[in-house]
Design a protein around this ligand. Sequence first.
Ligand code: DLL
Length: 435
Amino acid sequence: MAQKYYQKEIETMPVEEMKKLQSEKLVKQVKHVYDNVEYYRNLMDEKGVKPEDIKGIDDLYKLPFLSKADLRDAYPYGLLAKPLSECVRIQSTSGTTGRRVVAFYTQHDVDLWEDCCARAIVAAGGTKEDVCQVAYGYGLFTGGPGLNGGSHKVGCLTLPMSSGNTERQIQFMTDLKATILCCTPSYAAYIGESLKEQGYKPEDIPLKAGIFGAEPWTEEMRQSIQNTLGIKAYDIYGLTETSGPGVSFECSEQTGMHVNEDHFIAEIIDPDTGEVLPEGSKGELVFTSLDKEAFPLLRYRTRDICVLSRKKCSCGRTLIKMAKPMGRTDDMLIIRGVNVFPSQIETVLLKEGYEPNYQIVVDRVNNNDTFEVNVEMTADQFTDKVGDILSMEKSLAEAMKTMLGINPKVHLVAPKSIARSEGKAVRVIDKRKLI
Ligand code: DLL
């Protein structure tokens, strides 16, 4: 692996040395944030913590958490730690305006992010000889731009396909002999099925590896994608708030994702009490970014439920590993790679004159997410004319598509037919059984 982006001195660094490096960076980062981000300075002042109190990672627990609610409060510029004149890029989440997270990058931040993605590509066996097809969405979503940048850094021939247009994906893949595919696992499965339908056998497909993430997927799904495409399928994790993909990546062992600990400190906390839990415990994943300049986050609560492990890895890397995320502490669903909150559906229903009596049913059929919303008509709206119902369903589905960016199948049902709950309403039936 004589590769610039296999950074052996970092990736196999003894744990104690890594902790020392993290400590040095943390002290500087806390000062940078305190001096430049009034919002976080106030949080620290409220907690009675000063930058001098943070002498290393053992003091990390003293710092206040930052949550998605803080990001919304501070929207759009409130967490910026560099002058806008030094920022060169934004990326954003797939939520709607109210939920949107906007992350800012200096050129240094873009480089750092792309380095992280380059490490992931190299860990998946990528070299400058490879042809890397990036079929994550491009634009505000971080998937396309992140892997695109990483692929350039490794020196692969990069195919900036973006997602969709499967016919064209297959044509470029086969004509240009793409060897690495980067996209969501569900899209990889769909591309696999389409290739199969066209008569391709795994051995006819030029791919050797895939780098799949941005949504939960199971080991069974990994096996199925590997078999259909004849590849090794690697997981990759990240979130817009921490730059995007590349916070962690899988190696040849394929048993969890190594966190790029020289850039991010990972913690697991009890989501109810905020207490830091020991290695191996299941809890909420929290990240502190050590090198990000424009949008540094200290103790950011991801809401992803996860486990960290320092078990020795056969690849030789000493970077801590995170398991596949096992769910979320909030009600966010990820459907076809898009973040969906039940509250967004509720907003549309109320706007369109419906009562908020609804149920979201999500399933995965042939490795594709299905997304249905059952909605009660009010007594006034009730009709048994099929034509009327169909046109009401169509216009409600369109309003939801505008809000969410993806198309649900809407079913209007009779008044009072959705079960009422005595406790918390069960708004979501997720049959995907991902973990
Ligand atoms: O999904 C960034 C990304 C792009 C990651 C491409 C990997 C590949 P967001 O849209 O902000 O960013 O969504 C972040 O997606 O908090 C997790 O809940 C979920 N997620 C991301 N990667 C994985 C994964 C991108 N490998 C949210 N497994 C996160 C399970 C994942 N969930």
